[in-house]
Design a protein around this ligand. Structure first.
Ligand SMILES: Nc1nc2c(ncn2[C@@H]2O[C@H](COP(=O)(O)OP(=O)(O)OP(=O)(O)O)[C@@H](O)[C@H]2O)c(=O)[nH]1
Ligand SMILES: [Mg+2]
Length: 191
């Protein structure tokens, strides 16, 4: 898949405001700070999504129209304790309603930090997606931080066996660009 156009469309905070058209959607799911917005920017080759070293940056569902044909959907992260309980609850309701009920959603990319392959809240998200019949892939982020090949392979094997029912598993680095083209190819098979 070659991305020839990418544009920001809208930010959504209530289910009623989700786009009414029928473009297929690919959603970026994962813990706060795992690199969802950075990965989107790397794929789109444009800094359209806001990123931050502080977790809890993305607070709405953000829509990006790609090639005039489909949407990339940037979601708020989970697992960030410093966000108020009320705000966490609001995101949880929005996120779960979106993931459960959105017919346009064709593939979820569940991002996990390549250095932390077996976190319980990531597993819960994978199980949630599977329970609601969502196709999901495991995308291991920030692989540039793993310098040793052997360490990387060990962590890869841990994540491969820790998760189940995923469509594919792949490694990316938004910083070095590793794996970005490959992920694009995978995504195109689901659109
Ligand atoms: N080394 C490295 N750092 C990365 C990579 N991708 C993202 N980061 C850093 O991780 C931090 C969080 O990135 P974001 O893309 O904002 O993360 P997010 O998942 O969108 O976070 P929320 O919006 O809070 O849910 C930033 O400081 C990024 O620079 C990567 O591939 N390699
Ligand atoms: Mg974000």
């Amino acid at each position: 898949m070659k991305i020839t156009s990418a544009e920001f469309v809208k930010s959504v905070v209530k289910v009623e405001d989700l786009p009414a058209d029928n473009f297929p959607e690919v959603a970026f799911v994962g813990r706060s700070n795992v690199g969802k917005s950075s990965l989107l920017n790397a794929l789109m080759k444009k800094k359209l999504a806001y990123t931050s070293a502080t977790p809890g940056k993305t607070r709405e569902i953000n829509y990006f129209r790609i090639n005039q044909k489909f949407y990339f959907v940037d979601l708020p992260g989970y697992g960030y304790a410093k966000v108020s309980k009320a705000e966490q609850d609001r995101w949880k309701v929005l996120l779960e309603a979106y993931l459960q009920n959105r017919p346009q959603l064709k593939l979820c990319l569940l991002l996990i930090d390549a250095r932390h392959p077996d976190l319980e809240n990531d597993k819960q998200m994978a199980e949630f997606l599977y329970f609601y019949g969502r196709r999901f892939a495991i995308v291991r982020t920030k692989v540039d931080k793993l310098k040793k090949k052997s360490e990387r392979e060990t962590l890869r094997q841990i994540s491969a066996s820790f998760f189940s029912n995923y469509e594919f598993m792949t490694d990316v680095s938004a910083h070095s660009g590793e794996g970005i083209l490959d992920l694009g190819k995978h995504i195109s098979e689901y659109l």
